[in-house]
Design a protein around this ligand. Structure first.
Ligand code: GTP
Ligand code: SPV
Ligand code: MN
Length: 607
């Protein structure tokens, strides 16, 4: 029997509610040892993980890990929101009764950490010191040291974040399980990722990867957070948050927005202005995956990033697409790579889109750990890195991180954008002035799913506000909550829908994307200020060609511009039928949203 009391005493963990919780779960999971961690334990735990082989060295001060090959992304069908009130059942939250799920998880977790250490990770998903701290504090228990190291990078970690908070903390229990024997993706799947939202308890069993295991990030920072936000007057969204400064005028605008997983949030928040605009504009990074948003007592819409790090998609990250990301993963920064390709002789890492593929195969292992030189001829073309392979780095390593990123007051939000991978229909950008139409636009965000969710890549689906996998309460209430929070804002935040992924007949992207994405965002802020008027269409206001700053764009892009700056009315009319069905799933959707839908449909019919 572990002497939990002594361990907690020694760690200075004084919160009696936390102490009871830790002792309770140490008993259930049957861990051999209990250890409380803080960010200052990082170096020691890195050494431990290197010694055990759970991490491999990836050059100076960088590390590499490989997850079990059937455990490489979030498993949406195994992810459940449970409460004791059936009224919390929505379309996408996979609601189950808490009374049914809790015993299942207790059973799965019983004795499942035997022979392992149970790490106690007190964390905060917020810049510290503000009124939202009580919703942002949590204590993750995990039997996986790699999860600890990732959490130290992704959250603020230490006992001081929770000692003073009494019972106001999220209980987040993570048990890895016997990964080779969990039947992933079969009818006998043993994994469960459950958020008991009305008890502020998270129970995840059967993974050590990303959003399934770093419970502060997705399960708390998004799912639990959005449930708490619904009950307490703030919004919690899968949003990036960036600032744009015009060095010439000194003006600064902040824009947040949702794109589905692996659709460009990290890249946008790290955007380096294109060379042609770089002297004048500067993008500051606040967050790349989650924003907590509220309207303050002066009617100003504000938001902060609750995270302390970036868990970014590796694929296609290179000096040209995202030089800022490359800087943030330089040697010596403590970066952890997961499921990229690894050279066991040189400790180099590589992924598709990183640059030229190494021609000398000596030492190279793919993301499964298999020797690339030994591949059968028919496997020669297979990816070296998993498409959802990632890098983990702290915010302080991001070169364009805003000076005030750690301020719990957040920043004023001037614009809210939605976007995703949409190969047709969606123009480069369309501005939306009306709050209900903006909320409607978010609720009808349709895009191709990506490798961030198991087995769904390329599937076209609606992903409301990019929250579909993280939705914790019914969509109708969600729509109403949005109208309430944004409806109170008097600082005139503007909505827009953007798309960097429209394709030509030959499959090529019509817009170069990445750094060039700053151009439509600048137009949006000019439009908000009344400096440009744009072309009104039934689905929003599009830039006139001459209103966009086109300096330095290549010939092909200039030729493709007319296509992405117009809408295909017929295609949109067809879309309205799909939207109607999509929205009809949400019982009790506010009439304002339906009115917005009908206004757009009618305008299209009259176009
Ligand atoms: P999550 O962390 O899963 O929530 O994803 P994210 O939205 O932060 O996605 P991220 O920025 O990491 O981008 C995912 C993929 O989209 C990467 O492979 C990027 O290279 C690619 N991508 C990002 N921006 C663009 C763009 O403007 N154009 C094109 N063509 N690809 C892009
Ligand atoms: C996502 O899938 O949207 C992510 C990565 O941001 S994960 O933390 O795995 O959920
Ligand atoms: Mn995400």
């Amino acid at each position: 029997m572990v002497d939990v009391e002594r361990v907690l005493d020694e760690a200075g963990l004084t919160n009696t509610h936390v102490r009871e919780y830790v002792a309770h779960w140490a008993g259930i999971t049957g861990a051999d040892k209990v250890e409380v961690v803080s960010a200052s334990d990082d170096a020691r735990l890195i050494e431990l993980a290197l010694a055990s082989g759970e991490l491999l060295p990836a050059g100076e001060g960088s590390y590499y890990s490989r997850s079990y090959f059937k455990d490489t992304a979030r498993a949406e069908e195994r992810t459940i929101v449970a409460t004791s009130n059936e009224a919390d059942k929505g379309t996408y939250n996979n609601w189950r009764p808490a009374a049914e799920m809790k015993p299942k998880l207790v059973e799965l977790m019983t004795g499942a950490s035997q022979g392992k250490t149970m790490y106690v990770i007190p964390y905060l998903m917020a810049p510290a010191g503000g009124p939202l701290d009580k919703f942002a504090a949590g204590v993750e228990l995990t039997d996986n040291v790699n999860v600890v190291l990732q959490m130290i990078r992704m959250a603020r970690v230490g006992v001081d974040y929770i000692n003073h908070l009494g019972d106001d903390f999220v209980k987040a229990v993570h048990v890895t399980g016997d990964l080779p024997n969990l039947g992933q993706g079969t009818p006998d799947d043993k994994r469960y990722f459950v958020t008991v939202a009305d008890e502020r308890t998270i129970l995840h069993f059967g993974s050590s990867y990303g959003g399934n295991a770093l419970l502060g990030k997705i399960a708390h920072g998004l799912r639990q957070g959005s449930y708490d936000g619904w009950k307490n007057g703030f919004l919690v969204e899968q949003f990036m948050l960036l600032g744009i400064t015009d060095k010439e005028t000194g003006k600064k605008w902040n824009i947040c927005g949702g794109f589905p997983s692996a659709s460009g949030k990290t890249n946008l928040a790290m955007t380096l202005a294109p060379d042609a605009l770089g002297d004048r504009y500067y993008v500051e990074f606040y967050g790349d995956d989650i924003a907590w948003i509220w309207t303050d007592e002066n009617g100003v819409l504000r938001g902060f990033n609750p995270e302390n790090g970036v868990f970014g998609v590796a694929k296609d990250t290179n000096e040209k697409t995202n030089p800022t990301a490359i800087e943030s993963i330089k040697p010596g920064l403590g970066v952890i790579y997961t499921n990229v390709a690894y050279n066991e002789k040189t400790q180099a890492v590589w992924w598709e889109g990183r640059g030229d593929k190494p021609t000398d195969l000596d030492g190279w292992l793919d993301w499964k750990g298999e020797r690339i030189a030994d591949r059968a001829p028919e496997d020669a073309g297979a990816d070296w890195a998993h498409p959802n392979s990632r890098f983990t780095t702290t915010l302080a390593n991001v070169p364009n991180v805003a000076a005030d990123y750690d301020d719990h007051e957040g920043v004023e939000i001037h614009g809210i954008i939605f976007g995703g991978r949409t190969r047709d229909r969606e123009p480069l950008i369309r501005a939306i002035n009306d709050v209900a139409e903006g909320v409607y636009d978010g609720l009808t965000l349709g895009a191709e799913a990506t490798a961030a969710a198991d087995g769904l890549e390329g599937v076209l689906r609606y992903d409301p506000m990019s929250m579909r996998p993280f939705m914790s309460y019914p969509e109708a209430d969600y729509g109403q909550h949005w109208l309430n929070v944004i409806g109170k804002a008097t600082n005139n935040p503007i909505f827009a829908h953007v798309n960097w992924f429209q394709r030509g007949d030959d499959g090529r992207f019509l817009w170069p994307g990445y750094r060039e994405n700053l151009r439509p965002l600048l137009w949006l802020m000019q439009y908000r200020a009344g400096e440009v008027e744009g072309n009104p269409t039934p689905v929003g206001v599009l830039p006139k060609r001459e209103e966009l700053n086109l300096e330095g764009l290549d010939e092909q892009t200039l030729a493709d511009l007319d296509t992405i700056l117009t809408i295909d009315t017929e295609r949109w009319q067809q879309e309205m039928g799909y939207r109607e069905k999509h929205l009809a799933q949400f019982d009790g959707l506010p009439e304002e949203i339906w009115e917005a839908h009908r206004r757009v449909a009618e305008a299209l019919d009259n176009a």
